[in-house]
Design a protein around this ligand. Structure first.
Ligand code: PMP
Length: 382
């Protein structure tokens, strides 16, 4: 399929970037408006974040050359964990080398034999792989469907270990998890809860504190997982929970123990980004404003935006068929707009999408320019 797409000139992957990850980028020699990055707060190019990374290299060198467990813990890792726990209002945090690895490491460590994981169908691939790595039985429920979740919970023994896992903000659709209902069901059926807030942190909740904060339910969620590769402008991931759960994972999680820690530059960048988010919550408000702005502009121009109850910065629109989606992505790229295609198995074969995502640093002018191009291109599609 990849070879065919290359031959047809509609292969959408591995475009080469020759500039910073910003609202406009140079990709394959030309300016493109970036509407496909997870750099939600635009902090990858913030001078303070860049400076912190450079200083960390000067002080610690380029790598940690070992696991957090052994020689790879810097004072910077500990500082990041303490400040992040404080920001989230959770007891403790531990960091992993990537967000993907966090899900592998958390789920495989805490869900064991004769236990059950209840997993939203649209959860991220790393959650699925974490489930496969654990010895617990995984049961999927229909996306954000609380009746289906309850019917599955009902069939399980009340005393058995159960963990409900959901994305906070779903990565492809921008939907927000129905956390109030999930927490209620968890209490009723004796289950624990875990939220993957990769796309919620820095995006929703008080000052960007994420999905649990958005619903005022921080004290009801057992585990919050997140990543530094999106709003926090770096690379790495984390788990936030009660201290005894974090301590358990730190001593039992193979992806945590047997893998090298976040690099000094990566760690310092995430810490600097976190401090900016704390100091300047207006960035999060600006992102929400722009999310509503872009959604409305796309709808005004007759573009088939996917419905979502709340304006998150993930705004996908339907292109329906597989090839039509690739053609649309290619045409947009040629006209100077970068967006990401969402294709099966991430979506149903007739519900393919192009996923736009925003940064707080986008301007209304650049979004207007992008919408004009998207409207023009989608009208030309067969
Ligand atoms: N969880 C979700 C919901 C994600 O969208 C992603 C990344 N796209 C990850 C986990 C993995 O994070 P990372 O890219 O930082 O490894």
């Amino acid at each position: 399929a990849a070879e065919e797409a290359i031959k047809a000139g509609i292969y959408p992957y591995f475009h080469e970037l020759e500039s910073k990850q910003d609202i406009e980028v140079i990709m394959e020699g030309k300016r493109r408006i970036m509407l496909g990055s997870n750099n939600y707060l635009g902090l990858t190019v913030h001078p303070e974040v860049m400076e912190a990374a450079i200083k960390a290299i000067e002080k610690y060198g380029t790598g940690c050359s070992g696991s957090r467990f052994l020689n790879g813990t810097l004072d910077l890792h500990n500082e990041l964990e303490v400040e992040l726990a404080d920001f989230l209002g959770m007891e403790a945090v531990t960091t992993f080398s990537t967000g993907f690895q966090s899900n592998l490491g958390i789920i495989s460590a805490i869900a064991g034999r004769h236990e059950y994981i209840l997993c939203d169908r649209e959860n991220h691939a790393s959650i699925y792989d974490g489930c496969r790595l654990s010895y617990a039985e995984t049961i999927r429920y229909r996306h954000n469907d609380m009746d289906d979740l309850e019917s599955k919970l009902k069939k399980l023994p009340l005393e058995a270990g159960k963990l409900i896992i959901t994305d906070g903000v779903f990565s492809m659709s921008g939907d927000i998890a129905k956390l109030p209902e999930i927490v209620e069901l968890a209490e009723k059926y004796n289950a624990a809860t875990m939220v993957d807030d990769a796309h919620g942190l820095g995006v929703i909740g008080e000052g960007g504190r994420g999905t649990a904060s958005h619903f005022g339910l921080t004290d009801k969620v057992d585990i919050i997982m997140g990543t530094f590769s999106k709003s926090l402008a770096s690379l790495g991931g984390f788990m936030a929970a009660k201290k005894y759960i974090v301590d358990y994972v730190r001593h039992n999680s193979r992806p945590f123990i047997f893998s090298a820690s976040i690099t000094p530059a990566g760690c310092a960048a995430a810490l600097a980004a976190l401090r900016i988010i704390k100091r300047e919550p207006e960035r999060v408000a600006r992102l929400t404003h722009l999310s509503k702005y872009l959604r409305e502009k796309l709808m005004e121009n007759g573009i088939a935006v996917r419905e979502s109850g709340y304006s998150t910065p993930i705004i996908p629109f339907y292109t329906y068929e597989h090839t039509r989606t690739l053609v649309a992505a290619k045409m947009l790229f040629e006209e100077g707009v970068y967006v990401n295609p969402v294709l099966p198995p991430a979506t149903a074969p007739t519900e393919c999408l192009l996923r736009t995502s925003l940064m707080a640093t986008h301007t209304e002018e650049i979004l207007d320019e992008a919408v004009e191009i998207i409207a023009r291109v989608t009208k030309q599609l067969p």
